[in-house]
Design a protein around this ligand. Structure first.
Ligand code: NDP
Length: 301
């Protein structure tokens, strides 16, 4: 047996499936407790405005889930379901009203937006104190300078799972695959703030597999079904799979899969998140957590 195979054999015994769904449930219970405390102190529930433009079916499902879970956590949703023909001016007017509405602590604008609306203009119009997606340049800047900030929900969920599993992340080697503004870049920044040694790789990187194999923590956010197999993973690594890909099957049905081949990864890694049931549920839980954080900060708590 060669050295790599022996390494794999030794680590196979403790590969584990990280249950993001269960962790998200516990996190939402914590938020519910915090929201009840907020209501007792302030006399109202934390409020989340949810803005959806158009009728994209996936976005409708996401928005419905977010509002249902908000209600379960004791957070009031203010839904604004606008037609796909909405102009940028109309949307910016709505954002201005929500910014000055005291019942609204968080503003979520579901992306993507229709082509006639510039996403950056909408994100920059949101009051940074109500920016529960953490996309506003002020919050991005605060995160990158190590100040307190509202942080994008998906990478925040990843960080909480990692800290729960590994404790102090100080000194660990982390590799993030993907450099989007909503996942890859803030993920790298959060891991750097947690004192990891961080490498971000992307479509132009050379020898991606070798970079990934150097990682104690591997976070993958690419959008390519099962691109990461065992040859990308260091024995004993912790692997978080952010990808959500819908695969069409021969019989016309479809299934969801991540960017990581879960079975192959489990034979080498210490722990892997599944898709579904890994990072996805953490994203919504972190949105609720951010809404409570924003509500408390706005009321000086
Ligand atoms: P983007 O398309 O914005 O970014 C993808 C990144 O992957 C880019 O940086 C791109 O590099 C990189 N990339 C593409 N192909 C390769 C390759 N062959 N090798 C290395 N890097 C590559 O995607 P997002 O970050 O928005 O999302 C990524 C995935 O995560 C998607 O499947 C999405 O559905 C999912 N997602 C899941 C969430 C959840 O809640 N679980 C939330 C958000 C996203 P380059 O910059 O060079 O083009």
């Amino acid at each position: 047996m060669n050295e790599a195979a022996e390494d794999q054999r030794q680590h196979r015994d403790y590969a584990a499936r990280i249950d993001g769904k269960a962790f998200a449930l516990a996190l939402r219970a914590d938020v519910a407790q915090g929201a009840a405390g907020f209501q007792a102190d302030v006399g109202r529930q934390p409020g989340l405005a949810v803005v959806l433009v158009g009728d994209d079916p996936a976005s409708q499902v996401y928005v419905k889930t977010k509002m249902r879970q908000a209600a379960e956590a004791g957070i009031t949703s203010f839904p604004h379901l606008l037609p796909g023909s909405t102009s940028q001016t109309e949307l910016l007017e709505l954002i201005a009203r929500l910014n000055s509405d005291d019942r609204v602590d968080g503003i979520l604008v579901q992306l993507p937006l229709p082509a006639q609306i510039e996403e950056a203009a909408v994100i920059e119009a949101i009051d940074p104190a109500k920016d529960v997606d953490g996309f506003h340049p002020i919050n991005v800047g605060r995160l990158s300078t190590g100040q307190s900030a509202l942080v994008p929900c998906t990478p925040l969920g990843c960080l909480l799972l990692l800290q729960d599993r590994l404790g102090d992340l100080s000194g660990l080697k982390a590799v993030v695959v993907g450099r989007s503004n909503i996942v890859g870049k803030p993920m790298g920044q959060l891991l750097l703030n947690a004192h990891c040694t961080v490498t971000t790789v992307h479509s132009r990187s050379r020898d991606l597999a070798a970079e990934c194999r150097s990682a104690d923590i591997l976070v993958v956010a690419v959008g390519r079904p099962e691109m990461i197999d065992a040859s990308y993973i260091k024995p004993g690594a912790t692997v978080l799979d952010v990808g959500i890909n819908r695969i069409e099957l021969a019989d016309g049905a479809s299934r969801l899969t991540g960017d990581v081949n879960f079975v192959a990864a489990s034979s080498v890694a210490a722990a892997v998140t599944p898709v579904p049931g890994g990072i996805g549920p953490m994203t919504v839980a972190c949105l609720l957590r951010n809404t409570l954080t924003a509500a408390k900060a706005r009321s000086g708590r």
